[in-house]
Design a protein around this ligand. Structure first.
Ligand code: TYD
Length: 141
């Protein structure tokens, strides 16, 4: 199902030794875009649902570098998938034009987000019905 959606779990190389772990994520090497922006989310309660939007342009890579959370992805065509983020060397790749909800944050959750674009509020779609409409318009060409 996730294949239809285009979201994909990725596993990154770890350079672990007796000093600890080091995980590497390089733009266009380990993920399919150049990184223009990073931000991170922490201190969200378990009941909180974040995200609740789609992006016209931005692609994302989400990694729980500490703690855990879940991401529900919807493609606006009836397909959805839930991913658990629970290991610091794995992340979920989110293409443009998918609806995402992030939720069930553990108390120690630090959710690192890498993005292909600088922040631009006008490329955020925050109304689900509008998102479905735009998906259908893109489908129709
Ligand atoms: P929001 O998109 O609601 O966060 P999330 O989807 O991750 O729950 O963003 C919260 C606020 O921060 C909102 O006012 C927009 C602002 N913001 C920026 O200014 N730059 C950014 O890169 C991001 C992600 C958010």
């Amino acid at each position: 199902m996730s294949k239809h959606i285009g979201a994909q779990m990725l596993e990154f190389s770890q350079k672990g030794d007796e000093r600890g772990h080091l995980v590497i994520v390089e733009g266009m090497e380990d993920i399919p875009f150049e990184i223009k922006r990073i931000f991170y989310i922490y201190g969200s309660d378990k009941e909180v649902i974040r995200g609740q939007h789609a992006n016209k342009k931005s692609e994302f890579l989400l990694i729980n570098v500490a703690g855990t959370s879940k991401v529900k992805v919807r493609d606006g065509k009836g397909n959805e998938a839930v991913f658990s983020l629970n290991r610091p060397h794995t992340g979920i790749y989110l293409p443009r034009m998918v609806w995402k909800d992030m939720y069930e944050f553990s108390e120690d959750s630090v959710l690192l987000c890498l993005s292909s674009e600088h922040y631009d509020s006008t490329e955020y779609i925050r109304d689900y019905n509008e998102f479905v409409k735009l998906v259908n318009e893109e489908e129709a060409g």
